[in-house]
Ligand binder design. Structure first.
Ligand SMILES: [Fe+2]
Length: 374
């Protein structure tokens, strides 16, 4: 009988496949391709997730993050050059850009890419060659934006733990990921920022399409700077100085219990509820599904305030965009000033397969409340 599989906040956007079981201890390397009978019709089989149980990593060391956006020429002359068109998705959030091949950007262009991502929160590029490039070249590109994060539990392409795989479909065998994930829920929507349980969560984050369903599987993004600005000055001021606990330990408990891969011992961290972006200086709400409670508050108070803030981020379409994936699409978001959710609505017989680069950024910090700031 198959073991029940739990889904965590961080993977609830299809951040990782549900596999990774230890196969009753018989195998130390779990490959998604084995779920498919040892052969696959995946378009990018070398990107199918693998869980190597021998891979045990030490705690993450602090590192000094120099945000490339700080070096950027604000004229964007090395990014938005002649022939490039940029179309805003909404007034405040998201821009779709045509006419750039990201893999050919100079370092100056990448710096400007970091700045534009911070300003617009989400950038969508079409017709990119990322999926067909050698993985080391992709890693070199992503490394410009920070130290690659290696996810504690997610499946990775064999030999490349810095690439985070998003892979979900209904398996022909009884390991029916898609159906198990969606069963018993009215909605699987779960707004979150990625791996905020780390001391230095990701900043500029990159997700590229490998294989997509015909329709569906869009990703929703919420602008948490706008979410902050929409609060009353009274509440904004009160939030300053408060800290939230982002608990990576409870997230990983079911992995230990079920014998799934845990690469690195999980930790629990405190981050400010309002963080300041190191380049734009903008303040953003920094709470999400990974925030378990607010330091110093009693449970009911904390639950009420976190519930309100998470609901506020989730419900305001005014600060959200919905990105439709196409073959060749690459999406960048600034994980410090956004939340996102997968939209699990596609025909589960079709594969949704994407790859993520998750460069870490600075430790979240806050700057004082400014009354007149809008
Ligand atoms: Fe995510």
């Amino acid at each position: 009988m198959p073991m029940p599989r739990e889904r965590h906040a961080d993977s609830a956007d299809a951040d990782g496949s549900l596999n990774g079981y230890s196969n009753g201890g018989r195998s130390k390397i779990i490959r998604a391709i084995d779920d498919e009978g040892g052969t696959t019709d995946a378009k990018y089989p070398h990107y199918l997730p693998v869980w190597d149980h021998a891979e045990q990593l030490p705690p993450l060391e602090p590192y000094t993050h120099h945000d490339p956006g700080k070096n950027a020429d604000p004229s964007f002359k090395d990014l938005l050059h002649e022939g490039v068109t940029a179309r805003k998705l909404t007034p405040t959030t998201g821009t779709e850009i045509f006419g750039i091949q990201l893999s050919t950007l100079s370092d100056a262009g990448k710096d400007q890419l970091a700045l534009l991502t911070a300003q617009r929160k989400v950038l969508v590029f079409r017709d990119q060659d990322f999926a067909d490039l050698p993985v080391p070249q992709i890693l070199e590109f992503g490394g410009h934006f920070g130290r690659h994060h290696v996810h504690p539990t997610a499946g990775v392409p064999e030999g490349y733990p810095e690439i985070h795989i998003v892979h979900m479909r209904q398996s022909p065998a009884d390991k029916n990921d898609f159906a198990i994930f969606t069963a018993g829920k009215n909605s699987t929507v779960l707004w979150h920022s990625d791996v905020t349980y780390e001391e230095q969560p990701p900043g500029t984050t990159i997700l590229y399409a490998l294989e997509l369903p015909d329709v569906g599987g869009d990703t929703g993004f919420a602008n948490t700077v706008e979410a902050y600005r929409r609060l009353s000055p009274v509440l904004r001021e009160r939030l300053h100085g408060l800290r939230g606990v982002h608990d990576g330990i409870s997230q990983v408990e079911p992995y230990y219990r079920d014998g799934r891969l845990v690469r690195r011992k999980p930790i629990s961290v405190e981050h400010p509820l309002v963080r300041t972006h190191p380049v734009t200086g903008e303040k953003a709400l920094f709470v999400n599904a990974l925030t378990t409670h607010i330091v110093g508050m009693k449970k009911e108070e904390s639950d009420m305030l976190l519930g309100f803030l998470n609901n506020h981020i989730a419900r305001c379409l005014e600060h959200q965009v919905r990105v439709r994936w196409e073959p060749g699409t690459v999406v960048l978001w600034d994980n410090r000033v956004t939340a996102h959710t997968a939209i699990v609505d596609w025909d589960g017989r079709q594969r949704r397969h994407l790859a993520r680069l998750t460069p870490q950024a600075e430790r979240p910090f806050e700057t004082p409340y400014v009354p007149e700031e809008q």
